[in-house]
Design a protein around this ligand. Structure first.
Ligand code: PHE
Length: 441
């Protein structure tokens, strides 16, 4: 058996789309998108975000899937394969592997919060008429208890390791086929509930009516950084998932589905959360605690609140799990392909490292913010810049055409090339230079 055939491969097209959209749809959609939309004032932010998805996210999505499919390698191996073992392009891949550790370490802590809330809902700790302060106190108490956070972080990492150890088809794909439909079902149920609320119209208006005075440089920055995060771009997750695609895979179609599902689910999450926020007079700009400290307030005022709240946090846990496995998979693929480690050993060993790395995030809010900021605002945009410059300016056209396999029409291909060459890298660079203060917009 050669190195390629024991790496694993997706079993079906649908399985790939579910796994890759499972990677994309995560805490970014349900936890982060609503709270940053709330902080930046709603509709205008949503509009900028949609532009970023179209001009930056989608083109890079294609580039990453393409690089994975051509090389059938992990992110570092992909650059080595294309540019030679000594090429400095592999730094982009290395940054991806590092980002996987950084992101997963704090991501798992947040996923742990949602498990903690499932447990609280299940034992009836979020109940009818318990008083606003008491409900808000639930999150504060959790946030101030590092041991409980570390406990749930550990539970979550054990699940992630268990799934990734199972392999590409029998672990990741099989679980994505359960988690994604489950998530969509729960979302639709909660959406049905949100539509019955009196604040529904106001929620819709908040999300879709744009007030352009809110379009500030920080809002654009945030939207751009988030478009990488939410689509799992800039760190090699899509290179890795693309590397398990068979020869005849259709990248344009698959990539488009991933982006549509990710964006659709983020909007749906907003349409569930904001009506609740407005109906119960909660604070839309409450920040990271939005869904943990304000939403339970609403749940506690409803007769069936415990069940709704359990449903909501199970949904969040599902979304987090299918993303977390893709983060660990980037590191596992690297240790397997480049260093010859056994997959199971890599999953357990690297999972343990991530667990340790997450402990300071569970204990210190500032460390958590540092890891979040480092990955979302620096590592991912830089990685995305690397991929788009590489795909636009360096990558061999033959390889590229081969990977698209004639599935992208000539004209669309030309447009994609123009965008990935001239638009995407410059937008990312502009925003990045502004971020580190080199230029002031
Ligand atoms: N896309 C995931 C989310 O929205 C996060 C993620 C980032 C996953 C990078 C993998 C790689 O929650």
């Amino acid at each position: 058996m050669n190195a390629t055939s024991n790496r694993g491969m997706w079993g079906s097209r649908l399985g790939f789309v579910l796994a890759a959209s499972g990677s994309a749809v995560g805490l970014g959609n349900i936890w982060k998108f609503p709270y940053i939309t709330g902080e930046y004032g709603g509709g205008a932010f949503v509009l900028i975000y949609l532009f970023c998805i179209l001009l930056v996210g989608l083109p890079i999505m294609y580039a990453e899937l393409l690089m994975g499919k051509v090389t059938q390698k992990d992110p570092v191996g992909a650059f080595k394969y294309l540019q030679g073992t000594n090429s400095s392009w592999q730094i982009v891949g290395w940054m991806g592997v590092i980002s996987a550790f950084v992101i997963l370490s704090f991501y798992s802590v947040v996923a742990g919060w949602s498990m903690a809330f499932v447990a609280r809902s299940a034992v009836g700790a979020i109940n009818y008429d318990m008083g606003v302060e008491a409900v808000k106190g639930l999150f504060t108490a959790l946030y101030e208890d590092p041991f409980e956070q570390i406990f749930w972080h550990l539970m979550f990492m054990i699940m992630v390791v268990g799934i990734v150890s199972g392999g590409v088809k029998k672990g990741i794909e099989r679980w994505s086929e359960i988690l994604m439909p489950g998530l969509i079902l729960l979302l639709l149920v909660l959406m049905g509930f949100a539509m019955t609320l009196e604040g529904f119209r106001e929620g819709v208006r908040f999300m879709f009516s744009a007030d352009f005075s809110q379009v500030t440089p920080p809002a654009v920055l945030e939207a751009l950084g988030h478009s990488f995060f939410t689509l799992s771009l800039g760190m090699g997750a899509m290179i890795t998932y693309g590397s398990y695609l068979p020869e005849d895979a259709n990248i344009p179609r698959g990539g488009m589905w991933i982006v549509i599902l990710d964006t659709g689910i983020a909007l749906l999450a907003g349409l569930i959360i904001f009506p609740i926020v407005f109906t119960f007079d909660l604070e839309s700009g409450a920040g990271p605690g939005l869904i943990f400290s304000t939403l339970p307030v609403a749940f506690a005022q409803l007769p069936a609140g415990g069940i709704l709240s359990a449903a909501f946090f199970v949904l969040l846990g599902f979304a987090a799990l299918s993303s977390a496995i893709s983060l660990l998979e980037v590191a596992v693929a690297f240790f397997h392909d480049e260093l010859g480690w056994d997959r199971r050993l890599a999953a357990v060993g690297l999972g343990a490292v991530v667990f340790l790395l997450g402990i300071p995030s569970a204990a210190y809010g500032q460390f958590f913010d540092f890891m979040d900021n480092l990955s979302t605002n620096y590592l991912l945009p830089l990685g995305g810049l690397g991929v788009s410059v590489y795909a636009g300016w360096v990558m061999d056209r033959e390889d590229m055409n081969g990977a698209f396999g004639g599935k992208l029409g000539d004209n669309v291909m030309r447009i994609w090339l123009l965008i990935i060459k001239f638009v995407t890298p410059f937008l990312v660079l502009l925003v990045f230079l502004n971020k580190i203060g080199v230029i002031k917009v």
